[in-house]
Design a protein around this ligand. Structure first.
Ligand code: G3H
Ligand code: 13P
Ligand code: ZN
Ligand code: NA
Length: 283
């Protein structure tokens, strides 16, 4: 029942909206995300990091996602988040993922192209979509100098050369977001995003979207972001709810009594994000 991520993102690219790339950490995350997406009739990209796959187990990931997508009528992709090497990506493709990310952004531009191209050839031959990354996402300080920004952020002309050389389905770019919790107020380089989008004219991915304001997310979507990755915001919603439950009833011991409300909190947060991204009603 999984669809290639490229199908979901092409529609978003044509119609100027974005789809959540929402990380699953455990069963409650998966169920909470599906509850929110189904309720709002939204396509969704379920993504598992290598860390999450180690934690859950790849067979459990596959079987849980199969159960979660059995009787649904929204498009769902299962995507490997930040795949680090060819072997790790092949394991996910063999297991049945419908999309993978190769994150070779730490390598040189040429090496990034070479490895990404190799992944695209293997993945596309079996109908699996590929996301790649160009630039440096992360670094939570918001006071980068212009030279630092130019070194870290995605260069528009390189982006064009990269997508032409590799044939990727989506490109993750660096415009000032960072993974995890922000220390200062993040400042996004929308001018750079606008330039990149106009040059590459294909689906663009924004990582580290937790902690980015609704207004900035909407501006990002307006300038062509089609996939928005969120993990930390859901982790915080889940954990805050669990703490709240324990503050009220410290004697609790049944995990269903606190994981259930945590799952509910994720579903609420998912709905909030979907409405901001404009993917509600797009299924
Ligand atoms: O981009 C990274 C995601 O937030 C996944 O994080 O490696 O802790 O699962 P993780
Ligand atoms: P956040 O944890 O900052 O939301 O980032 C998620 C992400 O980019 C996953 O690839
Ligand atoms: Zn990321
Ligand atoms: Na973030």
């Amino acid at each position: 029942n999984l669809v290639p991520m490229a199908d979901i993102l092409q529609d978003a690219h044509q119609k100027t909206y974005a789809v959540g790339g929402f990380n699953i950490n455990n069963m409650e995350f998966l169920q909470g995300i599906m509850m929110g997406a189904e309720e709002l009739d939204s396509p969704v990209i379920l993504q598992a990091s290598e860390g999450a796959i180690r934690y859950i187990g790849i067979d459990y990931v596959m079987q849980m996602v199969e159960a979660a997508t059995k009787n649904i009528d929204i498009p769902v992709a299962l995507h490997l988040d930040h795949g680090s090497d060819f072997d790790s990506i092949m394991k996910c493709i063999r297991a049945g993922f419908s999309s993978v990310m190769i994150d070779a952004s730490k390598l040189s531009f040429e090496e990034n192209i070479a490895l990404t191209k190799k992944v695209v050839e293997a993945a596309h031959s079996v109908g699996v979509s590929v996301e790649a990354e160009l630039g440096t996402i992360g670094g939570t300080e918001d006071d980068h100098t212009v030279e630092e920004k130019d070194a870290m952020y995605t260069d528009p002309d390189q982006a064009k050369e990269f997508v032409d050389a590799t044939g990727v389905d989506a490109l993750a770019i660096a415009i000032g977001t960072a993974h995890g919790v922000y220390e200062g107020e993040p400042e996004l380089d929308f001018e750079r995003l606008d330039k990149i989008k106009k040059l590459i004219d294909m689906p663009v991915v924004l990582h580290g979207a937790s902690g980015i304001s609704a207004e900035d997310l909407k501006t990002g979507v307006k300038y062509g972001v089609n996939k928005v990755n969120v993990n930390t915001d859901f982790q915080q919603s889940f954990t805050a709810k669990v703490k709240e439950v324990f503050a009220e009833k410290p004697e609790l011991y049944d995990p269903r009594k606190y994981c259930g409300p945590g799952r509910e909190a994720i579903a609420e947060k998912v709905k909030e994000k979907i409405k901001i991204l404009g993917s509600d009603g797009q299924a």
